[in-house]
Design a protein around this ligand. Structure first.
Ligand SMILES: *Cc1c(COP(=O)(O)O)cnc(C)c1O
Length: 384
């Protein structure tokens, strides 16, 4: 058989994730594998938990990475917090809000949705109206940074409203963690999940989660078992909790070395500095895009600095542009999803990818391809 080692091309990843992995993280992942119950490994796990608490700005003891990508973190939060028959308010303004609702349905919850248009944030007034009409709702779930549209919702306000109506708060922070302020304790978020491959500069495959003490109480007093054995928090606590570690599953040892290194880099940079860096590089990108007449899809106050949704210029074939950027420039940017297919590009500046060099590279590559495409389409018209 004619198989050979796989050598990936060297790309610049400016899509919706994964983002570029820092060489320090890659190097850490190549270190020797040790046993997942080795005392040295357990010491490292404790540091991962502490550094994740810093990342999430929380004191929650139940803060750890689920051994699977962001969608598994979503499923862990929903499966543990929701019991069959529970009424759950799900805010939907993009792909990931829809996925949250689907998860609620699958664990037997009864979703009530608060719908906002794609490209708009979740409207706090609509949430309030929905909770007034559904006083028996148990949980409010929403996406902080909707990666499918590049929109940021006001997590603090949404959580405050949910608490006023006695609900638990479940938040998707997959794209926000490390890129924009996420303050789990100040905002009183009860269950949150994230992902390793967006602003944390790791490869995909891990999902940091955090549960408040009151969420843990709710989970411990469930009347029914969590249907997923793998994601059952009461079992995971035995492995990631503070007591003696007992085998649950074999943790992805080397992936966790990578997360440890990435979180170490976050503590070295400082989380506020990381947020400021994402903001600065966004500002530079925005100025450059405006200079080449590429306009933003989202209104200024709701734009994510690290996931720039821009309108595909008229007469331009978005798939061709992305294909040329990849082939000619080794540059990946994202396409629109769902309702926005063909309408937007999504330019990510997340984690290690968020730097001035990538901003200039993206601007020059995109302007050259767009100019060339415009020239091509006008000469086609002349021929036709
Ligand atoms: C990427 C993403 C997810 C899913 O994470 P995966 O690692 O792809 O499973 C969920 N929510 C949001 C907001 C995301 O951006």
């Amino acid at each position: 058989m004619k198989f050979r080692s796989f050598t990936p091309p060297l790309r610049t990843l400016l899509g919706p994730g994964p983002s570029d992995v820092h060489p320090r993280v890659r190097e850490a992942m190549g270190r020797p594998t040790i046993g997942h119950l080795d005392p040295e490994f357990i010491r490292m796990m404790d540091e991962v938990k502490q550094m994740l608490q810093y990342g999430f700005q929380t004191q929650n003891a139940m803060t750890f990475p689920v051994s699977a990508p962001g969608s598994a973190g979503m499923e862990a939060c929903v499966a543990n917090l929701v019991e069959p028959g529970d009424k759950i308010v799900v805010c939907q303004n993009g792909v990931f809000g829809r996925r949250l609702r689907e998860n609620v349905v699958r664990v037997g919850g009864r979703p009530v949705t608060v719908d906002d248009a794609w490209g708009e944030p979740v409207d706090p007034q609509k949430l309030e109206d929905c909770l007034k009409a559904n006083s028996d709702a148990k949980v409010v779930a929403f996406v902080h940074a909707e990666t499918s549209t590049g929109v940021c919702s006001d997590a603090e306000t949404l959580a405050a409203i949910a608490h006023r109506y006695g609900c638990f708060v479940l938040m998707d922070a997959v794209t926000s963690l490390g890129g924009i302020p996420v303050r789990i304790d100040d905002w009183r978020i009860d269950a949150v999940y994230s992902g390793s491959q967006k602003c944390l500069s790791c490869p995909p495959g891990l999902s940091p989660v955090s549960f408040s003490p009151r969420a843990v109480e709710r989970i411990k007093s469930r009347k029914t078992h969590v249907t997923s054995w793998f994601l059952d928090l009461t079992l995971l606590m035995g492995y990631w909790g503070d007591g003696k570690r007992v085998y649950h599953h074999t943790a992805p040892v080397n992936a966790l070395y990578g997360l440890h290194e990435a979180l170490l880099m976050l503590t070295e940079e400082g989380i506020e500095q990381a947020w400021a860096r994402h903001r600065r590089n966004h500002d530079a990108l925005r100025e450059g895009l405006e200079a080449i007449d590429v306009s933003f899809y989202v209104k200024p106050p709701f734009r994510l600095p690290h996931l720039n949704a821009v309108t595909v210029p008229r007469g331009i074939d978005d798939a061709r542009v992305r294909e040329r950027l990849l082939r000619e420039y080794d540059l990946e940017i994202g396409a629109g999803l769902g309702d926005l297919v063909g309408k937007i590009f999504r330019i990510g500046l997340m984690g290690h990818s968020s730097n001035p060099k990538n901003v200039s590279y993206c601007l020059s590559a995109l302007s050259e391809v767009l100019m060339d495409e415009r020239r091509g389409s006008s000469s086609n018209r002349v021929l036709a």
